[in-house]
Ligand binder design. Structure first.
Ligand code: GTP
Ligand code: MG
Length: 308
């Protein structure tokens, strides 16, 4: 193995951070590093934590880290920062919120910028998970703000998806109807110390009625992330989902879908970088011909592709 991959898998945190940065930047050499790391992956359990801005995802993640650490598991956290520049402060806030774990060798935390991504999930998130998996973290938590497409993306990366709702936002149930329902393995009503928590649980339960009869029906936990109330129970429910995924084969199916997406993504990336080269030195001549209507774009594209 290369020294960087060797150092990272031996527990060198700076090497891990370097690898993740390389994945984010799609730096030269990252693909061969990922090839080296891949055989060491497949052990980690990936939990996606998503929900509205300010729902308490970071506070909850911090408490979940504490919970899993007390059970002896090591935990890696990837916090995908929202792309909006207005939330710039959230990066620092997240670090502060999870600060108490920074001296713990069994915890690795890293923010990823949402730049360069099509959906809400940052470029490099998938690789980040694989890197932490290869480096031996038992659990990888991905925190991401729920803004539509990103929840769907979380599911593609995570084994277990936890959607965090809070009372009093009003639009939660709307958002659920718009698709969160389909991706949530578990719901958490956080800020259960606030009025309206019971009503929200009731509303979610109503929506979940539609899923009755499925193999897995999402559970609804109530938490007060700030105090840690309900977090141990949530930890148990997350674990139940993991066990269900393993036994039913649902986890394997999800993994295969994920691998298909990943492989196609790599192929598309390679193909699109090939496109430029297919012009060879004929670009100007061909553009001119299309411009003058001697040729059409379709014929040119077909001809160029036939040389690929
Ligand atoms: N009352 C109450 N406040 C909470 C609870 N959990 C978190 N908060 C507060 O809610 C605010 C947002 O918490 P965060 O954990 O930063 O929320 P987040 O979802 O990570 O926020 P973004 O990453 O910015 O989307 C903070 O001021 C927390 O202290 C809770 O259970 N009850
Ligand atoms: Mg946060």
């Amino acid at each position: 193995m290369s020294t960087l991959a060797e150092r990272a898998t031996a527990g060198d945190v700076r090497a891990m951070a370097r690898l993740i940065s390389m994945a984010e930047d799609r730096a030269d050499g990252i693909d061969s590093l990922m090839k080296e790391l891949y055989p060491r992956t497949g052990r980690a359990w990936t939990i996606g934590v998503t929900g509205s801005p300010g729902a308490g995802k970071s506070t909850l993640t911090d408490k979940l880290i504490g919970h899993f650490r007390s059970k002896g598991s090591t935990v890696g956290v990837l916090a995908v920062d929202p792309s909006s520049p207005y939330t710039g402060g959230a990066i620092l806030a997240d670090r502060l919120r999870m600060q108490r774990h920074t001296d713990d060798d069994g915890v690795f935390m890293r923010s990823l910028g949402a730049r360069g991504s099509l959906g809400g999930l940052s470029r490099g998130t998938r690789e980040g998970v694989l890197i932490l998996d290869a480096c031996g973290y038992d659990i990888v938590i991905i925190e991401t703000v729920g803004v539509g497409q990103s929840e769907i993306d979380v599911m593609r990366v995570a084994d277990t998806v936890c959607v965090v709702l809070v009372p009093g936002l009003g639009d939660d149930i709307q958002a659920m109807k718009a698709g969160i329902m389909e991706i949530a393995d578990l719901f958490v009503v956080n800020k259960a110390d606030r009025p309206g928590a019971d009503r929200l649980v009731h509303e979610v339960r109503g929506v979940l009625e539609f899923l009755r009869g499925r193999d897995w029906v999402p559970t609804i936990s109530q938490t007060v992330a700030e105090t840690g109330d309900g977090v141990a129970e949530l930890g148990e429910r997350l674990l139940s989902h993991r066990e269900y995924s393993g036994k039913s084969g649902a986890g394997r199916e999800r993994e295969l879908a994920r691998l298909k997406t990943k492989i196609e993504e790599i192929m598309l990336e390679r193909l699109s970088s090939q496109v430029e080269t297919l012009w060879t030195d004929r670009r100007e001549e061909l553009l001119e011909a299309v411009h003058e209507r001697r040729l059409d774009p379709y014929t040119v594209a077909e001809e160029l592709l036939s040389r690929a």
